[in-house]
Write a protein that binds this ligand. Sequence first.
Ligand SMILES: [Fe+2]
Ligand SMILES: [Fe+2]
Length: 183
Amino acid sequence: MTQIAQRTHAYVQLKIDTKALERAKHSLDDGAVVEEKSPWREDIIRLLNDSLATELVCVLRYKRHHFTATGLASPAIANEFLVHANEEQSHADRIAARIVQLGGEPDFNPASLVDRSHADYDEQLDLHSMIRANLVAERVAIEVYTQMIALIGNKDHTTRRLIEQILEQEQEHADELSDWMHR
Ligand SMILES: [Fe+2]
Ligand SMILES: [Fe+2]
């Protein structure tokens, strides 16, 4: 019975666009990705470079907090800051790799890093202020990535999936910091 039901709908097929496959076979000279021809490429590279700056500033802030919190004899939270620093570094690396895939140049220029970053650096010395500054930065990142996902929409699936994966981890960071805030 269910087989009959399935067959009556069989004429509505999900079909692969074979012309696109042919284009993929013959576009090796144009670089690795077809998306290079997207009219949104420049915009997406710019958004990604702003996020790269944000992630790098987050690495520096978490590292600063990791080492100063260690000095305050707070090993558990100091270790948490280091875990986050390493995860932000991996976000930065994946974003930089994607920029190159799109034919752009990742901007690692330290002179303009803070200006280009959405999130702030922070040098406060008490634990509660550190946790708070990091939570604010995570909330900023979550807001930016949520907006980026909406902006990118169907214009670049690979970039959107990358941002969705990063957003999921920023959400975890925010949840963890929020727990620390209320201890
Ligand atoms: Fe991140
Ligand atoms: Fe984060």
